[in-house]
Design a protein around this ligand. Structure first.
Ligand code: ADP
Ligand code: MG
Length: 261
């Protein structure tokens, strides 16, 4: 049987922004990345290295300056779904309507989209909050709504930009476990930006390390831990070695950024 086509292919993607004074800002340079269907890939890199820009280009929210992006399942109604760090849910919509929103955009009928949204709310343990509004929820619950919405769209590719970045440490660990089990059950193709090295190793099949401006791919690291996984792997020596290796790669850039500031 032939291998399934990749879910996402980016080839030599570059991005130049122009500042208000007209000066070019090279945000991304020659990023090439292939994501296999059903894989979980994390991106780490110094702040300002173009991680969000790259995700936005893949999701079609931002134009690229050059390069090619191919989504495997181009015929899909909603090729990608986004989860942002904060403010990713609509404050004027109920939790249920938020989760059903992507399906509404895909012209799924009311009955079917509400059924699907209710299923997803149950899976993130928010059934009791279907009629609530986002401001009535904790930050962790709001992110569960955002994650449920992304999965509920049925999109094969989920792009997550620091989805757990605004949460406290304990909530974050719990959410990591939740995300692992949702993903293990659904096997969507996930590309997730995080500034948390441990999180990238716990969640990812691969950790992509980017370097500071202009953003380039510095290293593509395979994470050896078998699945199913839990955050308990953080206690192993192998985990510590991987964490040290990624930190080593990031430290030079972080140091340079500090020196330049
Ligand atoms: P990251 O998510 O890695 O922190 P971003 O993708 O947000 O980085 O930004 C990459 C670089 O591009 C930064 O230097 C940022 O200032 C610049 N940038 C991002 N968006 C714009 C924009 N709309 N106009 C000009 N510069 C931008
Ligand atoms: Mg960002």
């Amino acid at each position: 049987m032939p291998a399934p086509p990749p879910a996402v292919v980016a080839e030599n993607v570059s991005k130049v922004f122009f500042s208000r004074t007209g000066d070019p800002v090279w945000a991304l340079e020659d990023i090439s990345l292939t994501l296999e269907p059903g894989s979980f890939t994390c991106i780490v890199g110094p702040s300002g290295c173009g991680k969000s820009t790259f995700l936005r280009i893949l999701g079609g929210l931002e134009e690229r300056t050059s390069g090619e992006v191919t989504m495997g399942d181009a015929g899909h109604a909603i090729p990608t779904a986004f989860v942002f760090q904060e403010h990713g849910v609509f404050p004027w919509m109920t939790v249920l309507d938020n989760v059903a929103f992507g399906l509404r955009m895909a012209s799924v009928g009311r009955r079917e989209r509400e059924d699907t949204a209710r299923d997803w709310l149950a899976r993130v343990r928010l059934s009791d909050f279907a009629g609530s509004y986002p401001h009535q929820l904790s930050g962790g619950m709001r992110q569960r709504v955002a994650i449920a919405r992304a999965f509920a769209t049925g999109s094969p590719v989920l792009l997550m930009d620091e989805p757990l970045g605004a949460l406290d440490a304990q909530t974050r660990m719990l959410m990591q476990e939740e995300l692992i089990s949702l993903w293990e059950a659904e096997r969507k193709t996930v590309l997730m930006v995080t500034h948390d090295i441990d999180e990238s190793i716990v969640l990812g099949d691969r950790v992509i390390v980017m370097s500071a401006r202009p953003g380039r791919l510095r290293e593509d690291i395979a994470v050896p831990f078998p699945r199913p996984r839990s955050v308990d792997i953080e206690r192993s020596g192998e985990f510590g070695e991987l964490r040290a290796r990624i930190w080593e790669l990031l430290r030079d850039d972080a140091q340079r950024g500090e020196d330049a500031a």
